[in-house]
Design a protein around this ligand. Sequence first.
Ligand SMILES: *Cc1c(COP(=O)(O)O)cnc(C)c1O
Length: 454
Amino acid sequence: MLRPVHEFTPEVEELAHEILQYSLVRLRTDPPLDHPKSPEELFALTGNTITPEGMGGHKTLELFKDVLATACISTDHPRYLAFIPSAPSEYANLFDLVVGASALYGGSWLEGAGAVYAENQALRWISDLAGLPESAGGVFVQGGTIGNLSALVAARMDAREKHPEVKRWAVAASAEAHSSIKSAAAVMDVEVILIEPDASGSLQGAACAQEIDSYLSEHPGHGVFAIVATAGTTNLGIIDNLTSIGSFAKERGIWFHVDGAYGLAGLCAPDVRPLFNGVEMADSLIVDPHKWLFAPFDACALIYRDPSTGKKAHTQHAAYLDTLEDDGEWNPSDYAINLTRRARGLPFWFSLAAHGTNEYADAVEATMQMARDAAELIKQHPRLTLLMEPELSIVAFTRDGWSAAQYQEWSDKLLADQIGFVTPSAHKGQPILRFAIVNPWTKVSDIEAILATL
Ligand SMILES: *Cc1c(COP(=O)(O)O)cnc(C)c1O
């Protein structure tokens, strides 16, 4: 029989120990990098795992350990430098076990007051770093994609109320903005105005003014409801000019959204804090603690300057829900496209509360120093060319004379040899390599091991 959690039989007790043991070993030791397998290979190894009789906890766990887990790349491996890796702190990961064991509901104050209170303190830390007013607030959502979409939906609602005469709405962003902005626009059925950044890759307010004005003069009846600035592009870590873009947006009464899913973690590092000046003008911002703030998947902090707009856009109404709205309490579900939610901000909160914010600043600065060290090694390498000095913690470079196919072959072999995980990208139509360093446990020797294969 399925057992309620509070009735431990000796068999469940034993499984609990096995699971804790496995989790602790996984957290304690450097995991193997691992690599994917095809569905056919996996089926050959596992057969059908879902059966009327069940396999029992022990056997199912063995199957996970021996087969399934080894077919998942360890995103927290110090030589996983592709995409944006993950590097949860031990505290954050350990506390995720507590969250899993606690049946917390993170959607409403009524049900999850303590959890929501803690999540809100973590949000406050971010919003204070950004220089947003006391009244700012929001919610931890699944990821930057949902965070951006939720913020833009609130922005459009605000614009529609102020300008009912507008027939069609558009969002403006840099041509280098994250793919989730275009995806949000497609979901919302709005136009996207993509604006070329300057030669350094950073979007400027003047370019926004020019492009938006020409768009509006060519499209009578249209309006621009939001400008998205990227604070740390995913490909190269470049920060748009937040001051000039924010000032222009304010001047025109357009919602200013800052997508800092990766880069806004840098707010806590005094070294680079000035690069984010202007973020205090944001009407909304996002940052993913699962990227560069040492939290496990999945957590994106979505913060509104004026949360009442987010609430108005997103609160769901139903006879059985309205009881939650009575006392003006903070219901996280009201601030994004979500209703039922786990208290996904808690592992981040626990680690932040336990370590203190100074350690966060140190860890972020350590990864940026590692990026500068990697850039130096690349400059000294006879066959590599550094694309640009890293602004945050992404290092982009090319291998002299290689085609896109050669980059891919090298990347495949690097993973097959279990040396590292680094995937090719492109810049201005040319193939490049990039190291995204968010893991404070990535060492110079890790970078050297990868560079030695180039
Ligand atoms: C990663 C990223 C996103 C998307 O975030 P997810 O958590 O992957 O949904 C959005 N914007 C930027 C700049 C990113 O780096």
